[in-house]
Design a binder for this molecule. Structure first.
Ligand SMILES: N=c1c2ncn([C@@H]3O[C@H](COP(=O)(O)OP(=O)(O)OP(=O)(O)O)[C@@H](O)[C@H]3O)c2ncn1[C@@H]1O[C@H](COP(=O)(O)O)[C@@H](O)[C@H]1O
Length: 109
């Protein structure tokens, strides 16, 4: 299996877990706990990523960032948002100066 479409495959699994038994699936259990529990995990994993970066251990940064991305993906799945939509937003910004993006953002968001 290629790494190229790992986000799409994971999103398919996360969508399917909406029908799964919370006893047999970590993701189903998280959905059952609700939005606040998912947000708490995102915040925890962000904090763990920060601590890993502070420690400066490469493998730890990769591991904790994977946990952060995974829980962010659970949040997106809960909200019915596909990872392709985030990738499209990043692609839209590609080649655009961050300063231009910042000016546009003030007008649009
Ligand atoms: N990529 C992941 C993944 N990354 C991390 N985790 C889980 O996320 C949790 C990380 O939280 P912590 O480090 O705080 O550990 P914890 O104390 O066990 O977590 P809590 O009980 O406090 O929530 C761990 O339980 C990990 O097992 C993941 N669980 C599932 N997946 C993917 O999601 C798919 C569906 O998982 P299930 O729904 O469990 O079948 C799997 O096939 C994987 O592809």
């Amino acid at each position: 299996m290629s790494n190229d479409d790992v986000l799409s495959r994971l999103a398919d699994t996360l969508a399917a877990r909406k029908q799964a038994d919370p006893q047999s699936s970590y993701v189903a259990k998280l959905y059952a706990k609700g939005l606040d529990a998912i947000l708490k995990k995102v915040a925890e994993e962000a904090a763990e990523t920060i601590m890993a970066a502070k420690d400066g251990v490469r493998e730890k940064i990769i591991y904790e960032t994977a946990d952060l991305w995974f829980h962010s993906m659970v949040l997106l799945a809960r909200e019915g948002i596909r990872p392709e939509e985030i990738l499209a937003e990043l692609a839209r910004r590609e080649g655009m100066s961050g300063l231009v993006e910042k000016a546009n953002r003030k007008e649009n968001v």
